[in-house]
Ligand binder design. Structure first.
Ligand SMILES: *[C@@H]1O[C@H](CO)[C@@H](O)[C@H](O)[C@H]1NC(C)=O
Ligand SMILES: *[C@@H]1O[C@H](CO)[C@@H](O)[C@H](O)[C@H]1NC(C)=O
Length: 116
């Protein structure tokens, strides 16, 4: 039940960022369509809540793609709605590392957090 709630909230987040993209304004998140993003970040929820949880492959694939635009990744991680889900930036920011993404932007400043 809680998982479903988290998931739908996350979809909402992605929709908001997706809308920005469509309107061509503050398009921090280029490239992917809102549909792609909404469908894809679901598998990341558990891993974003618990630093000990293995990151599912399907999540890593998406993170890798969004990670090519680090400001987009940051915007999602630091968003109020994601925070309200109980997802801590200090946990979610470790996901690219936990995915062993080799070309992740190590040292990228994401608000007050630094990508490990
Ligand atoms: C976090 O994940 C680990 C490994 O799956 C699990 O053992 C632990 O109980 C989880 N912690 C919480 C708070 O869910
Ligand atoms: C970031 O750090 C600065 C200085 O330590 C602090 O004033 C600011 O409130 C922090 N911002 C967030 C979003 O935590």
């Amino acid at each position: 039940m809680k998982y479903i709630y988290l998931l739908s909230s996350l979809v909402l987040v992605i929709c908001i960022f997706g809308t920005n993209l469509v309107n061509g304004q503050t398009s921090v998140c280029g490239k992917m369509t809102p549909d792609q993003q909404a469908l894809s970040l679901g598998p990341c929820v558990q891993a974003a809540l618990n630093v000990s949880e293995p990151v599912p492959y399907r999540c890593c694939v998406v993170i890798k793609e969004i990670g090519q635009n680090p400001s987009c990744l940051c915007a999602i991680m630091l968003s109020k709605i994601v925070k309200n889900l109980g997802i801590k930036p200090e946990v979610s920011i470790t996901i690219p590392k936990r995915c062993n993404i080799v070309d992740r932007p190590v040292g990228y400043k994401c608000g007050n957090y630094t990508l490990p």
